[in-house]
Design a protein around this ligand. Structure first.
Ligand code: SF4
Length: 224
């Protein structure tokens, strides 16, 4: 899949305030229904995958930015909050450099993942990467979140999320860029996990700074 083939529902504009209010009310209620469906979902466990339910995500239907990670970690399960472990601390230190304060960002934006349940520990460092089959089971939830929230910008975190939105792109080429796909911007960031050895390379520091500057510029018109 390449960028041209990616088909996300574009944010649409509607003519009257009354119509927008009505749509917003419906989206709030639809998102509440979706949240409940995600929390109750046991598809991966039923299929034999060693995940820990329940689904972890947060945010509001009015979010202009959606952060999409790979999958929550163990700490996130404990707290019921995405990006609340060490990787999350690092992510929010990055977002701060792009002009976003954590508390407000969590209140005003939306944070989710390609697969929404903790996949367990991997064989080496870090958490297990969800299989293609697990991603296939979970991705309809992400599509529905995007449909309801209609974010103007998606921050895709790590290789799995980046490939989902952008197809096969070279990681070093993608970090620092802002992509425009079907009416919304996509800003790729590396995964902030301590297990991500990409972060330790000297050249990665410059790419990360470029990416944070791109995010800051792309969201310049948003209230931070
Ligand atoms: S990862 Fe997604 S599809 Fe799998 S059980 Fe959790 S919510 Fe359901």
């Amino acid at each position: 899949m390449n960028v041209r083939q990616v088909r996300l529902l574009a944010k649409s504009s509607h003519p009257t305030r009354e119509y927008n209010d009505r749509m917003n009310t419906r989206s709030v209620s639809d998102l509440a229904t979706l949240r409940e469906q995600m929390r109750r979902c046991r598809l991966c466990a039923d299929a034999g995958y060693p995940i820990t339910p329940e689904a972890i995500f947060s945010g509001v239907v009015t979010a202009r930015i959606m952060v999409v990670g790979q999958a929550p970690g163990g700490r996130e399960v404990d707290l019921g909050l995405p990006f609340s472990g060490p990787a999350g601390h690092r992510l929010f230190s990055w977002l701060e450099q792009a002009g976003f304060e954590e508390k407000r960002f969590r209140e005003e934006q939306y944070i989710t993942a390609i697969t929404k349940c903790f996949p367990g520990k991997g064989k080496s460092r870090g958490d297990r990467v969800p299989t293609a089959a697990e991603r296939k089971l979970c991705l309809p939830f992400l599509a529905r979140e995007i449909e309801l929230v209609r974010p103007e910008l998606i921050v895709s975190i790590g290789g799995v999320a980046i490939r989902h939105f952008l197809g096969k792109v070279r990681f070093d080429d993608a970090i620092g860029q802002v992509y425009h796909v079907d009416g919304r911007s996509i800003v790729p960031l590396p995964h902030p996990s301590g297990a991500n050895i990409w972060l330790n390379r000297p050249t990665s520091k410059d790419l990360l700074q470029k990416a944070l500057l791109s995010l800051k510029t792309a969201t310049g018109g948003f209230s931070h």
